[in-house]
Design a protein around this ligand. Structure first.
Ligand SMILES: *Cc1c(COP(=O)(O)O)cnc(C)c1O
Ligand code: SF4
Length: 343
């Protein structure tokens, strides 16, 4: 049973402020260290080294601690362990499957859907997911400076059709609380904005990210707050994640989850059912299940739409409707995410 503790209580169990930054700085960034930490057979190292050349390894210890030692097929390890076949050039698997380069009209701003604008708030991530559709995104060209933030904020002020600002990345919570508090205070001052949304994986991989400093700016904004977490497997949700979610709920954050369907991680109905059940135990509702995007280097994660739709149909026979994510794909040029038809 969850205890919803108040962030201002005496025995609030809040993480030590700034502890998350040390954990982030100390993340495993060497393929050798990752293989050793998980007790993998040395035969995995060559592949890990070659994949690392393309997209560097990054795994915080708090996430590694949820993996099974000695199991190369652990569903959490799969998401972060580079494999030899990442260097394969698979026809149809491209570097920018969503054609985002075309939509980034201003640096750090993507406005594709009515009423919502996505702000690339931090180019960094706390974890590097091998299947990431942004693994080839030119983030260094999209990390906004203070001057560009002024331009971005003017854009938001001028477009009165906007209701929601979505902080994304990379991972927006990789930015400092000082920067985030500054930004959120400015968004707060734009009268037509109603909602602040964050798309983040940080509270999952480093639950101590949700400390008192972060809760302060979340608690004080007038905007309604939605956090879309990114969790692909039930084993990602340990007691520390549940406690971090309780802290977020206590300051009024609505918690949703998006996952990606990934071969070898969650492409079976038992895993998807366990994920939804575990999410609800943590007070998180399933939101989207993303169909796989053909990103170069990640072909080994591909699940066909047909298989994904069949999994959804079976999942629906096991779960209440409110625990069913919507299977979607982002199609360049469409006005919204596109739901896939069930079978
Ligand atoms: C996915 C996405 C959104 C949010 O879409 P919702 O359906 O509201 O979750 C907004 N902007 C961009 C650019 C997106 O890719
Ligand atoms: S946290 Fe999100 S943006 Fe960062 S690597 Fe993972 S999937 Fe990509």
């Amino acid at each position: 049973m969850l205890l919803h503790c108040s962030p201002s209580g005496n025995d609030d169990g809040l993480p030590e402020p700034g502890a998350w930054q040390r954990q982030l700085a100390g993340a495993i960034r060497d393929p050798r260290a990752l293989c050793q930490r998980l007790g993998l057979d040395p035969s995995w190292l060559a592949g890990a080294l070659s994949g690392h050349e393309l997209f560097e390894v990054r795994v915080p210890e708090a996430f590694a601690a949820r993996m099974r030692i000695g199991d190369p097929h652990d569903p959490l390890l799969r998401q972060v362990l580079p494999l030899a076949n990442e260097v394969d050039d698979t026809p149809g698997f491209v570097t920018d499957p969503l054609e985002e380069a075309q939509h980034t009209a201003r640096r750090g701003l993507i406005h594709k859907y009515a009423g919502r604008v996505l702000l690339i708030t931090s180019p960094a991530c706390a974890v590097n997911c091998r299947y990431c559709f942004r693994r080839h995104f030119p983030y260094s060209d999209n990390a906004p400076t203070r001057l560009q933030w002024d331009e971005t904020l003017n854009y938001l002020r001028d477009d009165t059709s906007l209701r929601e600002a979505i902080l994304s990345g990379g991972d927006p919570l990789a930015a400092s609380d000082r920067q985030l508090a500054w930004l959120v205070a400015r968004l707060d001052g734009i009268a037509h904005l109603k909602r602040l949304r964050l798309h983040t994986r940080l509270p999952v991989v480093i639950p101590d990210r949700v400390d008192g400093v972060m809760l302060d700016w979340l608690a004080t904004t007038r905007l309604q707050k939605v956090m879309v977490l990114h969790i692909n497997h039930a084993n990602e949700i340990d007691d520390a994640v549940i406690a971090a979610c309780a802290r977020l709920k206590a300051v009024g954050v609505t918690l949703l989850n998006q996952s990606v369907i990934l071969k070898g991680v969650n492409d079976d109905v038992d895993s998807l059912e366990a994920l939804s059940e575990r999410l609800f135990e943590a007070d998180i509702l399933p939101y989207y299940l993303h169909a796989f995007d053909p990103v170069a280097g990640a072909a080994h994660f591909a699940v066909s739409d047909e298989d994904a739709e069949a999994l959804m149909a079976e999942l629906r026979t096991r779960l209440p409707g409110f625990l069913m994510p919507t299977l979607v794909r982002e199609i360049p040029g469409e006005a919204s995410k596109t739901p896939l038809q069930g079978v």
